[in-house]
Design a protein. Structure first.
Length: 202
């Protein structure tokens, strides 16, 4: 009979966020590198291919480490559903680093203690969605204020240099070939065509 495996799920909401802190925690627990799943997706995403692939790998008796319950999802119902899926359907042990009281390898026969653990899970699920809603609300308010003040959202567009304009004009006047233009500016075709379009709209 194969040995039970130990896994870790690490999730950050965007590619800009760093997962190093979570990875360090999991490595200290001795979890094999190949069993540490790093997902750069919002907990609200319906894609989450890496998490879904991990769930398929899990089998009865395996252990999954997470930093906190909001690594499973970002909304109340989804957290509760994923917890049920992992602990009831997949029949694995879930260990929560930030809240060891929720660790499912702690057998709880006392009804009062079981009730308190369930309440704790529900409370953390509620807090996860509440925090997500506050973040989205602040973002929406910030965008509204920026628009009202006439600010342009996103990165400011860089104006083409005189050299770039000169090369584009030479290409458009057929004084140089496309290859010559790409070589002079050291860019690829797609970037050059975008540049031509930007200059056309100046």
């Amino acid at each position: 009979m194969p040995d039970n495996n130990i896994y870790a799920l690490i999730r950050v909401s965007t590619k800009k966020q760093k997962e190093a802190r979570q990875v360090t925690k999991m490595k200290k627990l001795g979890i094999p590198k190949d069993n540490i799943v790093i997902e750069k997706e919002s907990g609200k995403s319906t894609v989450r291919s890496k998490y879904k692939s991990l769930v398929k790998r899990l089998k009865t008796g395996d252990t999954l480490y997470i930093e906190n319950v909001d690594r499973l999802a970002r909304d109340y119902d989804a957290i509760i559903e994923q917890w049920r899926l992992l602990t009831k359907e997949k029949n694995i042990t879930v260990k929560v680093l930030d809240t060891p009281t929720l660790d499912t390898d702690q057998k709880c026969t006392d009804l009062s203690k079981k009730f308190m653990r369930d309440i704790l899970l529900l409370t953390q699920a509620y807090e996860a969605e509440s925090e997500w809603r506050k973040i989205k609300s602040r973002q929406a308010q910030g965008i509204a204020v920026a628009k009202a003040s006439g600010k342009t959202l996103g990165r400011p567009r860089k104006e083409p240099t005189i050299e770039k304009i000169k090369v584009v004009r030479q290409y458009q006047n057929k004084d140089i070939t496309l290859d010559d233009a790409l070589s002079l500016l050291n860019i690829k075709k797609t970037a050059f065509y975008k540049l031509c379009n930007d200059i056309k709209n100046l």
